[in-house]
Design a protein around this ligand. Structure first.
Ligand code: SF4
Ligand code: SF4
Ligand code: FES
Length: 509
């Protein structure tokens, strides 16, 4: 690789040929303010915010669009540069509304920040500001405020070049130029939320997060992994303490060049509300006649253990099956396999309910999203949560249940919905002597359960997911349990205690 050595603010730096001055300065930790430049978008050099002084150049140059040359000498904070920055900021602020106190971007806005750092202290503009459209709905998740826009065109380039849908354009001329939707279009592509992060001001804001918090009210920013498909995008979950307790208010992408670059899809960004859904299961339930009624965890576990032990003694481990979801963490999967396969000796164990969960079934839907909508199929495969020797897979277990050969089934966060046509659940599962369902919500299978136990959601779990590339990534809890919910490991521990010394089988002699 050819390199170039230059001096920026008196410090020497060597960078690959073709690097821009702005990027070279970044490697030295020198900030050059910028708006239209974004490392993942085409360089347009339109905002003029990134001007720097270059020795032997007759005038200032824009650092985002000027590549470095050997021996170049650059100044990023000379009086000439500072004067130019002030002028550019004054220009941006001419028609900018005084919205900061009510703007969602307030507190994390590059226009505020650069104005404080480099801008003029006061305005000389006494004329009337140009009024433009405010609160225009651009799409299901995005709202537009034209008065705040500084026309950097990041949003236009993102939709055109990254997503390829091109809903946005610049319309009209001069100080009437404005971002808008092409006729008949709505900003409803699957990645529209990324324009919120890209917009350097509060012109494109989230309809979901609007007016819900100031950045300094977010008490926790948890770096974790999206659990809504097998890519496992790296995210930050922002949590605020509200009257009802801690709540997730927004999810933003975290940069990981190997996984998601700096993007996430709208599902991963806005699809977290189920975590706070009032319909979540919040306590253990057990069947009494036609009804499911609450029962404390300890008692539920003891009763499951008692029934379990009686069936195992009579029928042996071949009458027991486990179907798990690949929403389980790898650590949970290890505990499940150890308990059911190593300790109890059953080989009836699987997670592959959907074709996409199988190794060859997963495929890319676009540049980010994957067909497998669970985060950890690969992790479960690697943890060995698969049929053991002579053991049954998902279909085999359901056939055995329907035929009366399987007596006990544990459904771990798996609703079996995709197989309900082939195996009508009521007919298939009603012959079981013990059906234990652990899930977030009431499901068709849950309605048939003898014991229905609440599960922790993906924003409450701790552990690892292995994405489709084989990268093991850490999941961290942003929220505490949303009810009286035991982690799966705790439930298995208690069940093991209930069975210890009673069941005659491998590990329990
Ligand atoms: S809406 Fe935001 S991202 Fe789009 S051009 Fe205006 S300032 Fe830039
Ligand atoms: S692409 Fe997949 S992992 Fe990434 S944010 Fe969307 S659903 Fe989540
Ligand atoms: S960031 Fe360089 S011209 Fe806009």
């Amino acid at each position: 690789m050819n390199t170039v050595t230059l001096k920026i603010d008196g410090r020497e730096v060597t960078v690959p040929e073709g690097t821009s001055i702005l990027e070279a300065a970044k490697t030295l930790g020198i900030e050059i303010p910028h708006y239209c430049y974004h490392p993942k978008l085409e360089v347009v050099g339109s905002c003029r915010m990134c001007q720097v002084e270059m020795e032997k150049a007759p005038k200032l140059v824009i650092s985002c669009a000027t590549t470095v040359t050997e021996g170049m000498v650059v100044y990023t904070r000379s009086p000439k540069v500072e004067k130019a920055r002030k002028a550019v900021l004054e220009f941006f602020l001419l028609n900018h509304p005084l919205d900061c106190p009510i703007c969602d971007r307030g507190g994390e806005c590059p226009l505020q920040d650069y104005t404080m750092r480099y801008g003029p202290g006061e305005s000389r503009f006494t004329e009337e500001k140009v009024n433009r459209i405010k609160h225009k709905v651009f799409g299901p998740y995005i709202i537009f405020d034209a008065e705040r826009c500084i026309l950097c065109t990041r949003c236009v380039r993102f939709c055109r070049d990254v997503v390829g849908t091109g809903e946005l354009g610049v319309f009209d001329r001069g100080d009437h130029s404005q971002i808008g939707l092409f006729p008949g279009k709505s900003l409803d592509n699957k990645f529209s939320g990324n324009v919120i992060d890209l917009c350097p001001v509060g012109a494109l804001t989230s309809r979901d997060y609007r007016f819900r918090s100031r950045p300094w009210d977010l008490i926790k920013k948890v770096d974790t992994i999206c659990a809504l498909c097998s890519r496992g995008c790296n995210t930050t979950v922002d949590v605020r303490h509200l009257m009802k307790g801690q709540e997730i208010l927004r999810i933003r992408p975290r940069i990981n060049e190997e996984v998601n670059s700096c993007w996430i899809c709208d599902e991963g960004r806005f699809g977290f509300h189920f975590a706070h859904d009032p319909a979540r299961l919040r306590e253990p339930l057990h069947r009494q006649g036609q009804k499911l009624v609450p029962l404390p965890w300890k008692e539920a576990t003891a009763r499951i253990g008692e029934k379990f032990q009686e069936i195992l003694r009579r029928e042996g481990p071949g009458a027991l099956g486990v179907i798990a979801s690949s929403r389980l963490t790898s650590e949970e999967a290890h505990l499940v396999r150890r308990f059911f396969q190593e300790s109890l000796g059953t080989g009836n164990m699987d997670y592959q309910v959907r074709r996409e969960q199988e190794p060859e079934g997963d495929f890319p839907e676009d540049f980010l999203r994957r067909a497998d909508k669970s985060p950890n199929s690969r992790g479960l495969r690697e943890a060995g949560l698969l049929p053991g020797e002579g053991g049954l897979g998902v279909r085999g277990m359901l056939e055995a249940a329907a035929g009366g050969r399987l007596k006990v089934l544990f459904l771990l966060e798996e609703d079996l919905a995709p197989l309900a046509g082939e195996f009508p659940l009521e007919r298939t599962l009603s012959g079981l002597e013990l059906l234990v369902v652990i899930d977030l919500f009431m499901t068709e299978a849950g309605r048939l359960a003898h014991f229905l136990l609440p599960a922790l959601g993906p924003y409450e779990k701790e552990g690892t997911f292995t994405n489709f590339q084989g990268r093991r990534q850490e999941v961290k809890p942003a929220l505490g349990p949303q009810g009286d919910i035991w982690p799966l490991g705790q439930f298995l521990d208690e069940l093991e205690m209930a069975l210890r010394g009673v069941v005659v089988g491998a590990g329990y002699g």
